[in-house]
Design a protein around this ligand. Structure first.
Ligand SMILES: [Ca+2]
Length: 263
Protein backbone atom coordinates (compact mmCIF):
# COMPACT_ATOMS: atom_id res chain seq x y z
CA UNK A 1 0.00 0.00 0.00
CA UNK A 2 2.77 2.41 0.96
CA UNK A 3 4.66 1.56 -2.14
CA UNK A 4 1.65 2.25 -4.33
CA UNK A 5 1.16 5.72 -2.77
CA UNK A 6 4.79 6.53 -3.37
CA UNK A 7 4.45 5.50 -6.98
CA UNK A 8 1.32 7.65 -7.35
CA UNK A 9 3.07 10.67 -5.84
CA UNK A 10 6.22 10.28 -7.89
CA UNK A 11 4.35 9.46 -11.10
CA UNK A 12 3.48 13.00 -12.23
CA UNK A 13 6.90 14.32 -11.18
CA UNK A 14 8.71 11.68 -13.24
CA UNK A 15 6.30 12.24 -16.07
CA UNK A 16 6.94 15.97 -15.99
CA UNK A 17 10.67 15.40 -16.07
CA UNK A 18 10.27 12.98 -18.93
CA UNK A 19 8.27 15.61 -20.82
CA UNK A 20 10.46 18.70 -20.74
CA UNK A 21 7.94 20.83 -22.55
CA UNK A 22 8.94 24.17 -23.89
CA UNK A 23 8.34 26.22 -26.99
CA UNK A 24 10.34 28.16 -29.50
CA UNK A 25 9.38 31.48 -30.95
CA UNK A 26 10.96 33.26 -33.88
CA UNK A 27 10.38 36.48 -35.72
CA UNK A 28 10.05 39.09 -33.02
CA UNK A 29 9.99 42.39 -34.90
CA UNK A 30 6.94 44.61 -34.81
CA UNK A 31 5.03 43.99 -38.00
CA UNK A 32 6.06 40.36 -38.18
CA UNK A 33 3.98 37.51 -36.92
CA UNK A 34 5.52 35.34 -34.24
CA UNK A 35 5.49 31.62 -34.81
CA UNK A 36 5.23 29.59 -31.60
CA UNK A 37 6.36 25.99 -31.89
CA UNK A 38 5.95 23.57 -28.98
CA UNK A 39 8.89 21.30 -28.24
CA UNK A 40 8.80 17.99 -26.34
CA UNK A 41 5.04 17.69 -26.42
CA UNK A 42 4.64 14.41 -28.25
CA UNK A 43 1.44 12.71 -27.12
CA UNK A 44 -0.21 15.93 -25.95
CA UNK A 45 -3.98 16.16 -26.20
CA UNK A 46 -4.46 19.91 -26.06
CA UNK A 47 -2.57 23.19 -26.14
CA UNK A 48 -3.71 26.43 -24.58
CA UNK A 49 -1.82 29.64 -25.27
CA UNK A 50 -1.92 33.00 -23.63
CA UNK A 51 0.09 35.68 -25.34
CA UNK A 52 0.52 38.12 -22.48
CA UNK A 53 -1.22 41.02 -24.15
CA UNK A 54 -4.68 40.51 -22.68
CA UNK A 55 -6.05 38.65 -25.66
CA UNK A 56 -8.16 35.50 -25.45
CA UNK A 57 -6.67 32.07 -24.87
CA UNK A 58 -6.01 30.17 -28.07
CA UNK A 59 -6.50 26.47 -28.29
CA UNK A 60 -4.13 25.50 -31.07
CA UNK A 61 -0.89 23.58 -31.25
CA UNK A 62 1.45 25.99 -33.08
CA UNK A 63 -0.04 29.45 -33.15
CA UNK A 64 1.19 32.26 -35.36
CA UNK A 65 0.53 35.44 -33.47
CA UNK A 66 0.64 39.12 -34.39
CA UNK A 67 1.47 41.68 -31.70
CA UNK A 68 0.09 45.16 -32.33
CA UNK A 69 2.69 46.88 -30.17
CA UNK A 70 6.33 46.51 -29.32
CA UNK A 71 7.13 45.32 -25.80
CA UNK A 72 7.93 42.30 -23.73
CA UNK A 73 5.14 39.80 -23.24
CA UNK A 74 4.97 36.77 -20.99
CA UNK A 75 3.62 33.94 -23.10
CA UNK A 76 2.36 30.78 -21.50
CA UNK A 77 1.65 27.45 -23.06
CA UNK A 78 -0.38 24.90 -21.17
CA UNK A 79 -0.18 21.37 -22.51
CA UNK A 80 -2.61 18.63 -21.54
CA UNK A 81 -1.49 15.03 -21.55
CA UNK A 82 -3.47 12.00 -20.46
CA UNK A 83 -1.37 12.06 -17.26
CA UNK A 84 -1.85 15.75 -16.48
CA UNK A 85 -0.99 19.24 -17.63
CA UNK A 86 2.09 21.40 -17.69
CA UNK A 87 2.41 25.15 -18.12
CA UNK A 88 5.53 26.78 -19.52
CA UNK A 89 6.04 30.53 -19.61
CA UNK A 90 8.55 32.58 -21.55
CA UNK A 91 9.11 36.24 -22.20
CA UNK A 92 8.88 37.30 -25.82
CA UNK A 93 10.22 40.70 -26.81
CA UNK A 94 8.74 42.44 -29.80
CA UNK A 95 11.27 44.95 -31.10
CA UNK A 96 9.98 48.28 -32.32
CA UNK A 97 9.97 48.60 -36.10
CA UNK A 98 13.21 50.30 -37.06
CA UNK A 99 13.12 53.39 -39.27
CA UNK A 100 15.73 54.09 -41.89
CA UNK A 101 16.24 57.09 -44.15
CA UNK A 102 18.82 58.25 -46.65
CA UNK A 103 20.68 61.55 -46.34
CA UNK A 104 22.67 63.21 -49.12
CA UNK A 105 25.96 65.04 -48.75
CA UNK A 106 25.30 67.24 -51.77
CA UNK A 107 22.97 67.86 -54.68
CA UNK A 108 21.33 64.75 -56.12
CA UNK A 109 21.62 66.21 -59.64
CA UNK A 110 25.12 66.77 -60.92
CA UNK A 111 27.09 66.93 -64.12
CA UNK A 112 28.64 63.80 -65.55
CA UNK A 113 31.81 62.97 -63.65
CA UNK A 114 30.31 64.16 -60.38
CA UNK A 115 29.01 62.09 -57.50
CA UNK A 116 26.98 62.28 -54.33
CA UNK A 117 27.28 60.52 -51.01
CA UNK A 118 24.27 58.58 -49.71
CA UNK A 119 24.21 57.85 -46.00
CA UNK A 120 21.70 55.62 -44.30
CA UNK A 121 20.47 56.25 -40.76
CA UNK A 122 23.11 55.19 -38.26
CA UNK A 123 22.67 52.49 -35.64
CA UNK A 124 21.89 49.43 -37.70
CA UNK A 125 23.99 46.33 -37.25
CA UNK A 126 24.09 45.75 -40.99
CA UNK A 127 23.38 47.52 -44.26
CA UNK A 128 22.81 46.24 -47.74
CA UNK A 129 22.49 48.65 -50.64
CA UNK A 130 21.05 47.87 -54.04
CA UNK A 131 24.62 48.30 -55.29
CA UNK A 132 25.67 45.33 -53.16
CA UNK A 133 27.68 47.50 -50.78
CA UNK A 134 27.40 46.83 -47.07
CA UNK A 135 28.48 50.12 -45.51
CA UNK A 136 26.25 52.77 -43.97
CA UNK A 137 27.40 55.34 -46.53
CA UNK A 138 28.10 54.94 -50.23
CA UNK A 139 29.12 57.26 -53.04
CA UNK A 140 27.26 57.07 -56.34
CA UNK A 141 28.01 58.59 -59.70
CA UNK A 142 25.34 56.86 -61.80
CA UNK A 143 21.79 58.06 -62.18
CA UNK A 144 18.80 56.17 -60.82
CA UNK A 145 17.23 55.13 -57.57
CA UNK A 146 19.16 53.42 -54.79
CA UNK A 147 17.72 51.45 -51.92
CA UNK A 148 19.13 50.22 -48.66
CA UNK A 149 18.04 47.58 -46.18
CA UNK A 150 19.11 48.12 -42.59
CA UNK A 151 19.13 45.17 -40.22
CA UNK A 152 19.15 45.60 -36.45
CA UNK A 153 21.14 43.41 -34.10
CA UNK A 154 17.97 41.42 -33.39
CA UNK A 155 17.30 40.89 -37.07
CA UNK A 156 14.59 43.48 -37.68
CA UNK A 157 14.78 45.14 -41.08
CA UNK A 158 13.85 48.47 -42.57
CA UNK A 159 14.11 49.67 -46.15
CA UNK A 160 14.51 53.09 -47.73
CA UNK A 161 14.78 54.18 -51.34
CA UNK A 162 16.67 57.26 -52.42
CA UNK A 163 15.23 60.08 -54.44
CA UNK A 164 16.23 59.95 -58.07
CA UNK A 165 19.90 60.64 -58.64
CA UNK A 166 20.25 62.54 -61.88
CA UNK A 167 23.41 62.81 -63.92
CA UNK A 168 23.17 65.85 -66.13
CA UNK A 169 24.51 65.84 -69.62
CA UNK A 170 27.88 67.53 -69.60
CA UNK A 171 27.88 70.81 -71.41
CA UNK A 172 28.95 70.13 -74.98
CA UNK A 173 30.07 73.65 -75.74
CA UNK A 174 29.57 77.05 -74.21
CA UNK A 175 26.61 78.95 -75.53
CA UNK A 176 27.48 81.06 -78.50
CA UNK A 177 25.26 83.77 -79.69
CA UNK A 178 25.79 84.57 -83.37
CA UNK A 179 25.83 88.22 -82.52
CA UNK A 180 24.74 90.08 -79.46
CA UNK A 181 23.84 93.03 -81.62
CA UNK A 182 20.34 93.10 -83.05
CA UNK A 183 19.71 95.39 -86.00
CA UNK A 184 16.17 94.59 -87.12
CA UNK A 185 16.16 96.57 -90.34
CA UNK A 186 15.57 93.71 -92.73
CA UNK A 187 19.01 93.76 -94.34
CA UNK A 188 19.63 90.17 -93.37
CA UNK A 189 22.45 91.05 -91.01
CA UNK A 190 21.84 90.60 -87.30
CA UNK A 191 18.13 90.97 -87.85
CA UNK A 192 17.30 88.17 -85.45
CA UNK A 193 18.51 86.71 -82.16
CA UNK A 194 20.25 83.57 -83.34
CA UNK A 195 21.82 81.04 -81.00
CA UNK A 196 24.73 79.05 -82.34
CA UNK A 197 24.20 75.28 -82.10
CA UNK A 198 20.83 75.56 -80.44
CA UNK A 199 20.50 71.80 -80.99
CA UNK A 200 23.51 71.13 -78.80
CA UNK A 201 22.02 73.16 -75.99
CA UNK A 202 19.23 70.67 -75.62
CA UNK A 203 15.45 70.72 -75.94
CA UNK A 204 13.22 72.24 -75.03
CA UNK A 205 15.23 75.41 -74.63
CA UNK A 206 13.48 78.14 -72.70
CA UNK A 207 14.37 81.69 -73.72
CA UNK A 208 13.39 84.77 -71.76
CA UNK A 209 14.28 88.33 -72.77
CA UNK A 210 13.91 91.39 -70.58
CA UNK A 211 14.43 95.08 -71.16
CA UNK A 212 16.78 97.06 -68.98
CA UNK A 213 13.99 97.75 -66.47
CA UNK A 214 13.31 94.08 -66.03
CA UNK A 215 10.16 93.90 -68.10
CA UNK A 216 9.80 90.66 -69.97
CA UNK A 217 9.55 91.41 -73.68
CA UNK A 218 9.82 87.90 -75.01
CA UNK A 219 9.43 84.38 -73.75
CA UNK A 220 9.46 81.01 -75.37
CA UNK A 221 9.19 77.69 -73.62
CA UNK A 222 10.66 75.95 -76.68
CA UNK A 223 12.88 78.26 -78.69
CA UNK A 224 13.17 77.31 -82.34
CA UNK A 225 16.17 78.14 -84.51
CA UNK A 226 13.96 78.92 -87.47
CA UNK A 227 11.71 81.35 -85.60
CA UNK A 228 14.09 83.41 -83.48
CA UNK A 229 13.30 86.65 -81.70
CA UNK A 230 13.33 89.62 -84.03
CA UNK A 231 13.22 92.55 -81.61
CA UNK A 232 9.45 93.00 -81.83
CA UNK A 233 6.90 92.95 -79.05
CA UNK A 234 3.24 92.64 -80.00
CA UNK A 235 4.00 93.72 -83.54
CA UNK A 236 6.05 96.78 -82.58
CA UNK A 237 9.79 97.10 -82.85
CA UNK A 238 11.21 97.71 -79.42
CA UNK A 239 13.29 100.70 -78.46
CA UNK A 240 17.01 100.70 -78.99
CA UNK A 241 18.96 99.69 -75.91
CA UNK A 242 20.28 96.79 -73.90
CA UNK A 243 18.20 93.66 -73.41
CA UNK A 244 19.01 90.68 -71.25
CA UNK A 245 18.38 87.10 -72.10
CA UNK A 246 18.19 83.87 -70.14
CA UNK A 247 18.51 80.49 -71.81
CA UNK A 248 17.81 77.32 -69.95
CA UNK A 249 17.04 73.68 -70.45
CA UNK A 250 16.21 71.14 -67.81
CA UNK A 251 19.61 69.50 -67.89
CA UNK A 252 22.00 72.38 -68.19
CA UNK A 253 22.97 75.41 -66.20
CA UNK A 254 21.30 78.53 -67.49
CA UNK A 255 23.14 80.96 -69.73
CA UNK A 256 22.60 84.68 -69.59
CA UNK A 257 23.82 87.61 -71.62
CA UNK A 258 23.08 90.96 -73.18
CA UNK A 259 21.67 91.86 -76.58
CA UNK A 260 22.13 95.42 -77.86
CA UNK A 261 19.27 96.43 -80.02
CA UNK A 262 20.26 99.15 -82.50
CA UNK A 263 17.85 101.07 -84.67
CA1 LIG B 1 20.22 94.21 -89.65
Amino acid sequence: MKRLLLTLALGPMLWAQAHSQTFNATGACLGDTVQFVPVGTTGALNFYWQFGDGSDTWEIESPRYFYAQAGTYTVSMTVYFPEGSQTVSKDITIEPAPAIAIAYDGPTSFLQGGSVGLEATAGFAGYLWSTGEGTAAIVVSQGGFYSVVGTTASGCQATATSQEIRVLQAQVAPIEIVANILTPNGDGINDRFEIQDLDAFGFPCQVLIFNQWGREVYSSADYQADTPWDGYLEGKLLDAGAYFFILRTEDRPQATGTINLLR
